[in-house]
Design a protein around this ligand. Structure first.
Ligand code: NAP
Ligand code: G4F
Length: 353
Protein backbone atom coordinates (compact mmCIF):
# COMPACT_ATOMS: atom_id res chain seq x y z
CA UNK A 1 0.00 0.00 0.00
CA UNK A 2 1.42 3.46 -0.89
CA UNK A 3 2.37 5.75 2.01
CA UNK A 4 -0.45 7.94 3.33
CA UNK A 5 -0.14 11.59 2.25
CA UNK A 6 1.04 13.79 5.12
CA UNK A 7 -0.15 17.26 6.10
CA UNK A 8 1.10 19.75 8.70
CA UNK A 9 -1.39 22.18 10.24
CA UNK A 10 -0.46 25.26 12.26
CA UNK A 11 -3.45 26.31 14.38
CA UNK A 12 -4.78 22.73 14.62
CA UNK A 13 -6.39 23.45 18.01
CA UNK A 14 -8.59 26.23 16.56
CA UNK A 15 -12.03 26.00 14.98
CA UNK A 16 -10.78 25.50 11.40
CA UNK A 17 -7.79 23.38 12.40
CA UNK A 18 -10.09 20.88 14.09
CA UNK A 19 -12.44 20.57 11.09
CA UNK A 20 -9.51 20.37 8.67
CA UNK A 21 -7.79 17.65 10.72
CA UNK A 22 -11.01 15.60 10.75
CA UNK A 23 -11.44 16.11 7.01
CA UNK A 24 -7.85 15.06 6.18
CA UNK A 25 -7.95 12.03 8.48
CA UNK A 26 -11.15 10.89 6.73
CA UNK A 27 -9.28 11.21 3.40
CA UNK A 28 -6.54 8.88 4.68
CA UNK A 29 -3.90 11.50 5.52
CA UNK A 30 -1.40 11.31 8.34
CA UNK A 31 -1.98 14.64 10.08
CA UNK A 32 0.64 16.57 12.04
CA UNK A 33 -0.31 19.60 14.11
CA UNK A 34 1.62 22.40 15.79
CA UNK A 35 0.30 22.95 19.31
CA UNK A 36 1.26 25.74 21.70
CA UNK A 37 2.24 24.93 25.22
CA UNK A 38 -0.44 26.29 27.58
CA UNK A 39 -0.87 26.10 31.33
CA UNK A 40 -4.20 24.34 30.81
CA UNK A 41 -5.05 21.82 28.07
CA UNK A 42 -5.88 23.66 24.84
CA UNK A 43 -6.77 20.62 22.73
CA UNK A 44 -10.52 20.47 23.53
CA UNK A 45 -11.55 20.79 19.88
CA UNK A 46 -9.42 17.82 18.78
CA UNK A 47 -9.78 15.53 21.79
CA UNK A 48 -12.27 13.35 19.87
CA UNK A 49 -9.66 12.56 17.18
CA UNK A 50 -6.66 12.38 19.52
CA UNK A 51 -4.55 9.24 19.13
CA UNK A 52 -2.24 7.93 21.81
CA UNK A 53 1.32 8.47 20.55
CA UNK A 54 2.29 5.16 22.18
CA UNK A 55 0.03 3.31 19.75
CA UNK A 56 1.79 1.90 16.67
CA UNK A 57 1.63 4.37 13.72
CA UNK A 58 -0.76 7.03 15.06
CA UNK A 59 -2.31 9.04 12.19
CA UNK A 60 -2.64 12.25 14.22
CA UNK A 61 0.60 13.57 15.69
CA UNK A 62 1.03 16.77 17.69
CA UNK A 63 4.25 18.76 18.02
CA UNK A 64 4.88 21.57 20.47
CA UNK A 65 5.60 24.76 18.58
CA UNK A 66 4.81 28.37 18.06
CA UNK A 67 4.43 30.23 14.79
CA UNK A 68 6.76 32.92 16.15
CA UNK A 69 9.50 30.37 16.86
CA UNK A 70 10.97 29.31 13.52
CA UNK A 71 13.09 26.56 15.12
CA UNK A 72 9.92 24.76 16.22
CA UNK A 73 8.49 24.99 12.68
CA UNK A 74 11.66 23.59 11.14
CA UNK A 75 11.56 20.72 13.60
CA UNK A 76 7.90 19.96 12.86
CA UNK A 77 8.58 19.99 9.10
CA UNK A 78 11.58 17.68 9.52
CA UNK A 79 9.50 15.14 11.46
CA UNK A 80 6.31 15.40 9.41
CA UNK A 81 7.86 15.60 5.87
CA UNK A 82 4.46 16.89 4.69
CA UNK A 83 3.12 17.17 1.17
CA UNK A 84 0.77 19.94 2.31
CA UNK A 85 1.19 22.70 4.91
CA UNK A 86 -1.86 24.64 6.13
CA UNK A 87 -1.02 27.90 7.91
CA UNK A 88 -4.01 28.61 10.16
CA UNK A 89 -2.23 29.90 13.28
CA UNK A 90 -3.17 33.46 14.25
CA UNK A 91 -4.42 35.74 16.97
CA UNK A 92 -7.67 35.78 15.03
CA UNK A 93 -9.90 38.22 16.97
CA UNK A 94 -10.22 41.58 15.19
CA UNK A 95 -11.34 43.59 18.25
CA UNK A 96 -8.53 42.11 20.37
CA UNK A 97 -5.98 43.06 17.69
CA UNK A 98 -6.48 46.70 18.68
CA UNK A 99 -5.39 45.81 22.23
CA UNK A 100 -2.60 43.43 21.14
CA UNK A 101 -1.38 44.98 17.87
CA UNK A 102 2.23 43.85 18.13
CA UNK A 103 1.73 40.23 19.11
CA UNK A 104 -1.12 39.98 16.58
CA UNK A 105 1.20 41.21 13.82
CA UNK A 106 3.95 38.88 15.05
CA UNK A 107 1.74 35.80 14.94
CA UNK A 108 0.19 36.66 11.58
CA UNK A 109 2.76 38.56 9.50
CA UNK A 110 6.07 37.37 10.96
CA UNK A 111 4.56 33.97 11.75
CA UNK A 112 3.62 33.43 8.11
CA UNK A 113 7.07 34.57 6.99
CA UNK A 114 8.64 32.14 9.46
CA UNK A 115 6.65 29.24 8.03
CA UNK A 116 7.21 30.24 4.38
CA UNK A 117 10.97 30.51 4.99
CA UNK A 118 11.03 27.22 6.90
CA UNK A 119 9.20 25.50 4.03
CA UNK A 120 11.51 27.04 1.40
CA UNK A 121 14.62 25.86 3.27
CA UNK A 122 13.08 22.45 3.97
CA UNK A 123 12.43 21.99 0.24
CA UNK A 124 16.01 22.94 -0.61
CA UNK A 125 17.51 20.62 1.99
CA UNK A 126 15.31 17.57 1.37
CA UNK A 127 14.21 17.93 -2.26
CA UNK A 128 10.61 17.49 -1.03
CA UNK A 129 7.86 19.40 -2.85
CA UNK A 130 5.50 21.12 -0.40
CA UNK A 131 2.17 22.79 -1.12
CA UNK A 132 1.31 25.75 1.13
CA UNK A 133 -2.11 27.12 2.16
CA UNK A 134 -2.38 30.59 3.69
CA UNK A 135 -5.47 31.56 5.74
CA UNK A 136 -6.23 34.95 4.24
CA UNK A 137 -9.35 36.82 5.29
CA UNK A 138 -12.24 38.88 3.92
CA UNK A 139 -11.30 41.34 6.69
CA UNK A 140 -8.46 42.40 4.33
CA UNK A 141 -11.08 44.17 2.15
CA UNK A 142 -11.87 46.53 5.05
CA UNK A 143 -13.53 49.69 3.77
CA UNK A 144 -14.77 47.81 0.73
CA UNK A 145 -13.96 49.16 -2.73
CA UNK A 146 -16.79 47.20 -4.41
CA UNK A 147 -19.59 44.77 -3.55
CA UNK A 148 -19.45 41.83 -3.79
CA UNK A 149 -15.74 41.38 -3.11
CA UNK A 150 -13.75 39.10 -5.41
CA UNK A 151 -10.10 38.10 -5.87
CA UNK A 152 -9.33 41.36 -7.75
CA UNK A 153 -10.93 43.73 -5.20
CA UNK A 154 -8.25 45.94 -3.58
CA UNK A 155 -7.45 45.48 0.11
CA UNK A 156 -8.16 48.45 2.41
CA UNK A 157 -7.55 46.96 5.87
CA UNK A 158 -9.11 48.57 8.97
CA UNK A 159 -7.43 46.82 11.92
CA UNK A 160 -4.00 45.60 13.04
CA UNK A 161 -5.33 42.09 12.36
CA UNK A 162 -6.27 42.91 8.78
CA UNK A 163 -3.05 44.86 8.09
CA UNK A 164 -1.03 41.85 9.25
CA UNK A 165 -3.16 39.49 7.13
CA UNK A 166 -2.50 41.67 4.05
CA UNK A 167 1.24 41.37 4.69
CA UNK A 168 0.98 37.59 5.16
CA UNK A 169 -1.07 37.36 1.94
CA UNK A 170 1.46 39.44 -0.04
CA UNK A 171 4.36 37.38 1.32
CA UNK A 172 2.63 34.15 0.27
CA UNK A 173 2.11 35.50 -3.28
CA UNK A 174 5.73 36.68 -3.29
CA UNK A 175 7.08 33.22 -2.37
CA UNK A 176 4.99 31.79 -5.22
CA UNK A 177 6.35 34.36 -7.70
CA UNK A 178 9.94 34.48 -6.47
CA UNK A 179 10.63 30.83 -5.59
CA UNK A 180 7.95 28.92 -7.51
CA UNK A 181 6.42 27.67 -4.24
CA UNK A 182 3.03 26.02 -4.75
CA UNK A 183 1.29 28.51 -2.46
CA UNK A 184 -2.40 29.44 -2.33
CA UNK A 185 -4.28 32.11 -0.37
CA UNK A 186 -7.86 31.28 0.56
CA UNK A 187 -9.64 34.59 1.14
CA UNK A 188 -12.27 33.18 3.45
CA UNK A 189 -15.33 35.12 4.55
CA UNK A 190 -16.64 34.58 8.09
CA UNK A 191 -17.31 30.94 8.85
CA UNK A 192 -18.79 29.64 12.06
CA UNK A 193 -19.79 26.46 13.85
CA UNK A 194 -20.55 25.12 17.33
CA UNK A 195 -16.73 25.10 17.76
CA UNK A 196 -16.43 28.84 17.12
CA UNK A 197 -14.64 30.77 19.88
CA UNK A 198 -17.20 32.17 22.33
CA UNK A 199 -16.20 35.81 21.84
CA UNK A 200 -17.02 35.95 18.10
CA UNK A 201 -20.42 37.47 17.60
CA UNK A 202 -22.35 34.47 16.23
CA UNK A 203 -21.24 32.20 19.05
CA UNK A 204 -21.70 34.93 21.63
CA UNK A 205 -25.31 35.19 20.45
CA UNK A 206 -25.99 31.43 20.38
CA UNK A 207 -24.37 30.94 23.81
CA UNK A 208 -26.47 33.76 25.23
CA UNK A 209 -29.68 32.46 23.65
CA UNK A 210 -29.20 28.97 25.11
CA UNK A 211 -28.38 30.31 28.57
CA UNK A 212 -31.24 32.84 28.56
CA UNK A 213 -33.68 30.12 27.47
CA UNK A 214 -32.76 28.08 30.56
CA UNK A 215 -32.63 31.03 32.95
CA UNK A 216 -28.84 31.02 33.36
CA UNK A 217 -28.53 34.57 31.91
CA UNK A 218 -31.01 37.42 31.45
CA UNK A 219 -29.54 39.45 28.58
CA UNK A 220 -26.65 39.79 26.14
CA UNK A 221 -24.46 42.88 25.65
CA UNK A 222 -23.37 43.54 22.08
CA UNK A 223 -21.84 46.34 20.01
CA UNK A 224 -22.63 47.24 16.39
CA UNK A 225 -25.78 45.35 15.37
CA UNK A 226 -25.81 46.91 11.89
CA UNK A 227 -22.54 45.32 10.71
CA UNK A 228 -23.17 42.86 7.89
CA UNK A 229 -21.25 39.66 7.26
CA UNK A 230 -21.32 36.79 4.77
CA UNK A 231 -21.55 33.87 7.20
CA UNK A 232 -20.92 30.25 6.21
CA UNK A 233 -20.23 26.93 7.96
CA UNK A 234 -16.60 26.12 8.84
CA UNK A 235 -16.97 22.46 7.79
CA UNK A 236 -17.68 23.60 4.22
CA UNK A 237 -14.77 26.02 4.17
CA UNK A 238 -11.99 23.56 5.10
CA UNK A 239 -12.99 21.50 2.05
CA UNK A 240 -12.18 24.55 -0.09
CA UNK A 241 -8.73 24.83 1.55
CA UNK A 242 -7.92 21.26 0.57
CA UNK A 243 -9.29 21.64 -2.97
CA UNK A 244 -6.97 24.62 -3.58
CA UNK A 245 -3.93 22.44 -2.90
CA UNK A 246 -5.14 19.66 -5.26
CA UNK A 247 -5.11 21.84 -8.41
CA UNK A 248 -2.48 21.72 -11.18
CA UNK A 249 -1.53 25.35 -10.57
CA UNK A 250 -1.51 27.44 -7.37
CA UNK A 251 -3.87 30.42 -7.07
CA UNK A 252 -5.89 32.59 -4.73
CA UNK A 253 -9.62 32.10 -4.15
CA UNK A 254 -12.50 33.86 -2.43
CA UNK A 255 -14.59 31.44 -0.36
CA UNK A 256 -18.03 32.79 0.62
CA UNK A 257 -21.75 32.08 0.44
CA UNK A 258 -22.56 35.25 -1.55
CA UNK A 259 -25.20 36.34 0.97
CA UNK A 260 -24.75 38.97 3.68
CA UNK A 261 -26.96 39.71 6.69
CA UNK A 262 -26.61 41.95 9.75
CA UNK A 263 -25.66 40.95 13.28
CA UNK A 264 -29.21 41.98 14.27
CA UNK A 265 -30.77 39.63 11.69
CA UNK A 266 -28.56 36.75 12.84
CA UNK A 267 -29.57 37.44 16.45
CA UNK A 268 -33.27 37.52 15.50
CA UNK A 269 -32.94 34.16 13.70
CA UNK A 270 -31.25 32.43 16.65
CA UNK A 271 -33.54 33.84 19.34
CA UNK A 272 -36.70 33.09 17.30
CA UNK A 273 -35.47 29.52 16.81
CA UNK A 274 -35.32 29.11 20.60
CA UNK A 275 -38.72 30.79 21.10
CA UNK A 276 -37.21 34.09 22.37
CA UNK A 277 -37.37 37.71 21.19
CA UNK A 278 -33.94 39.18 20.45
CA UNK A 279 -34.99 42.82 21.00
CA UNK A 280 -36.22 42.02 24.54
CA UNK A 281 -32.83 40.58 25.54
CA UNK A 282 -30.14 42.55 23.73
CA UNK A 283 -28.37 45.52 25.36
CA UNK A 284 -25.84 47.88 23.81
CA UNK A 285 -22.33 48.17 25.23
CA UNK A 286 -19.87 50.55 23.57
CA UNK A 287 -16.90 48.49 24.70
CA UNK A 288 -17.69 46.02 21.90
CA UNK A 289 -17.31 48.70 19.21
CA UNK A 290 -14.03 48.79 17.29
CA UNK A 291 -11.87 51.92 16.76
CA UNK A 292 -12.39 51.29 13.03
CA UNK A 293 -15.19 49.01 11.84
CA UNK A 294 -15.70 46.94 8.71
CA UNK A 295 -19.37 47.71 8.04
CA UNK A 296 -20.19 45.17 5.37
CA UNK A 297 -18.71 42.14 3.65
CA UNK A 298 -20.19 40.01 0.90
CA UNK A 299 -18.15 37.61 -1.22
CA UNK A 300 -18.28 36.45 -4.82
CA UNK A 301 -16.97 32.87 -4.86
CA UNK A 302 -17.50 32.35 -8.63
CA UNK A 303 -13.83 31.43 -9.15
CA UNK A 304 -13.91 28.75 -6.42
CA UNK A 305 -17.19 27.42 -7.80
CA UNK A 306 -15.89 27.18 -11.37
CA UNK A 307 -12.25 26.16 -10.82
CA UNK A 308 -12.58 24.05 -7.65
CA UNK A 309 -16.17 22.83 -8.01
CA UNK A 310 -16.73 24.16 -4.48
CA UNK A 311 -20.00 25.36 -3.09
CA UNK A 312 -21.39 25.79 0.41
CA UNK A 313 -23.92 23.25 1.72
CA UNK A 314 -25.15 25.22 4.75
CA UNK A 315 -27.29 28.40 4.62
CA UNK A 316 -27.08 31.04 7.33
CA UNK A 317 -30.53 29.91 8.54
CA UNK A 318 -29.19 26.33 8.89
CA UNK A 319 -26.14 27.72 10.69
CA UNK A 320 -28.27 29.72 13.15
CA UNK A 321 -30.33 26.60 13.90
CA UNK A 322 -27.43 24.19 14.29
CA UNK A 323 -25.42 26.57 16.49
CA UNK A 324 -28.53 27.49 18.50
CA UNK A 325 -29.36 23.81 19.11
CA UNK A 326 -25.78 22.95 20.10
CA UNK A 327 -25.60 25.82 22.60
CA UNK A 328 -29.01 25.01 24.06
CA UNK A 329 -27.68 21.52 24.75
CA UNK A 330 -24.51 22.99 26.30
CA UNK A 331 -26.63 25.26 28.52
CA UNK A 332 -28.66 22.21 29.61
CA UNK A 333 -25.49 20.53 30.79
CA UNK A 334 -24.38 23.70 32.58
CA UNK A 335 -27.75 23.94 34.31
CA UNK A 336 -27.60 20.29 35.41
CA UNK A 337 -24.19 20.93 36.97
CA UNK A 338 -25.31 24.18 38.60
CA UNK A 339 -28.45 22.52 39.99
CA UNK A 340 -26.23 19.76 41.44
CA UNK A 341 -24.30 22.43 43.36
CA UNK A 342 -21.21 22.74 41.14
CA UNK A 343 -19.48 26.12 41.04
CA UNK A 344 -19.70 27.44 37.47
CA UNK A 345 -16.65 29.20 35.99
CA UNK A 346 -16.95 32.99 35.74
CA UNK A 347 -17.54 34.36 32.23
CA UNK A 348 -16.02 37.81 32.80
CA UNK A 349 -12.98 36.94 30.67
CA UNK A 350 -15.16 37.79 27.69
CA UNK A 351 -15.63 41.34 28.89
CA UNK A 352 -13.69 43.16 26.21
CA UNK A 353 -14.87 41.26 23.16
P1 NAP B 1 -9.12 30.27 15.97
O1 NAP B 1 -10.22 29.35 16.36
O2 NAP B 1 -8.88 31.50 16.74
O3 NAP B 1 -7.76 29.40 15.94
C1 NAP B 1 -6.50 30.01 15.84
C2 NAP B 1 -5.43 28.96 16.03
O4 NAP B 1 -4.15 29.61 15.96
C3 NAP B 1 -5.48 28.24 17.39
O5 NAP B 1 -5.12 26.89 17.19
C4 NAP B 1 -4.40 28.95 18.18
O6 NAP B 1 -3.84 28.18 19.21
C5 NAP B 1 -3.38 29.17 17.07
N1 NAP B 1 -2.38 30.16 17.40
C6 NAP B 1 -2.56 31.45 17.80
N2 NAP B 1 -1.36 32.04 18.01
C7 NAP B 1 -0.41 31.10 17.76
C8 NAP B 1 1.00 31.08 17.82
N3 NAP B 1 1.71 32.17 18.20
N4 NAP B 1 1.65 29.94 17.49
C9 NAP B 1 0.96 28.83 17.14
N5 NAP B 1 -0.38 28.79 17.07
C10 NAP B 1 -1.05 29.91 17.38
O7 NAP B 1 -9.27 30.72 14.44
P2 NAP B 1 -10.10 30.02 13.25
O8 NAP B 1 -11.44 30.63 13.19
O9 NAP B 1 -9.94 28.55 13.33
O10 NAP B 1 -9.31 30.59 11.98
C11 NAP B 1 -8.19 29.90 11.44
C12 NAP B 1 -7.38 30.86 10.59
O11 NAP B 1 -8.20 31.38 9.55
C13 NAP B 1 -6.85 32.07 11.34
O12 NAP B 1 -5.61 32.41 10.75
C14 NAP B 1 -7.86 33.15 11.05
O13 NAP B 1 -7.27 34.42 11.16
C15 NAP B 1 -8.23 32.81 9.62
N6 NAP B 1 -9.58 33.19 9.19
C16 NAP B 1 -10.67 32.83 9.93
C17 NAP B 1 -11.94 33.14 9.47
C18 NAP B 1 -13.18 32.74 10.24
O14 NAP B 1 -14.25 33.30 9.95
N7 NAP B 1 -13.09 31.77 11.14
C19 NAP B 1 -12.09 33.84 8.26
C20 NAP B 1 -10.95 34.17 7.53
C21 NAP B 1 -9.70 33.83 7.99
P3 NAP B 1 -4.49 28.12 20.70
O15 NAP B 1 -5.63 27.13 20.59
O16 NAP B 1 -3.37 27.64 21.53
O17 NAP B 1 -4.97 29.51 21.02
O1 G4F C 1 -17.67 37.85 15.05
P1 G4F C 1 -16.71 38.97 14.86
O2 G4F C 1 -15.81 39.29 16.01
O3 G4F C 1 -15.90 38.64 13.54
P2 G4F C 1 -15.05 39.56 12.54
O4 G4F C 1 -14.57 40.80 13.18
O5 G4F C 1 -15.86 39.71 11.28
O6 G4F C 1 -13.78 38.64 12.27
C1 G4F C 1 -13.92 37.24 12.00
O7 G4F C 1 -14.08 37.05 10.62
C2 G4F C 1 -12.94 37.45 9.82
C3 G4F C 1 -13.32 37.20 8.35
O8 G4F C 1 -13.91 38.35 7.81
C4 G4F C 1 -11.75 36.65 10.25
F1 G4F C 1 -10.67 36.97 9.48
C5 G4F C 1 -11.44 36.91 11.71
O9 G4F C 1 -10.35 36.07 12.10
C6 G4F C 1 -12.67 36.53 12.53
O10 G4F C 1 -12.86 35.14 12.44
O11 G4F C 1 -17.51 40.32 14.52
C7 G4F C 1 -18.44 40.36 13.44
C8 G4F C 1 -19.18 41.68 13.51
C9 G4F C 1 -18.26 42.91 13.64
O12 G4F C 1 -18.70 43.91 12.76
C10 G4F C 1 -18.46 43.38 15.09
O13 G4F C 1 -18.31 44.77 15.27
O14 G4F C 1 -20.01 41.69 14.70
C11 G4F C 1 -19.90 42.95 15.32
N1 G4F C 1 -20.23 42.80 16.74
C12 G4F C 1 -21.29 43.43 17.36
N2 G4F C 1 -21.27 43.14 18.67
C13 G4F C 1 -19.55 42.10 17.66
C14 G4F C 1 -20.22 42.31 18.89
N3 G4F C 1 -18.46 41.31 17.55
C15 G4F C 1 -18.01 40.70 18.68
N4 G4F C 1 -16.93 39.87 18.61
N5 G4F C 1 -18.62 40.90 19.92
C16 G4F C 1 -19.72 41.69 20.06
O15 G4F C 1 -20.24 41.87 21.17
Amino acid sequence: MPDAPRALISGITGQDGSYLAEFLLAKGYEVHGVVRRASLFNTGRIDHIYQDPHEPAPRLRLHYGDITDVSSLRRALAIARPREVYNLAAQSHVRVSFDLPISTAESIAMGTLNLLEAVRQHQQETGDQVRFYQASSSEQYGRVAETPQRETTPFRPRSPYACAKVMAHDLTVNYRDAYGLFACCGILFNHESPRRGETFVTRKITRAAGRIKLGLDREVFLGNLDAKRDWGFAGDYVRAMWLMLQQDQPGDYVVATGRSISVREFGQMVFAHLGLTFEDRVRFDARYLRPAEVETLQGDASKARTALGWQPTTSVEDLARLMGDADLELARREKTLRDAGHQMPAREGHDQQ
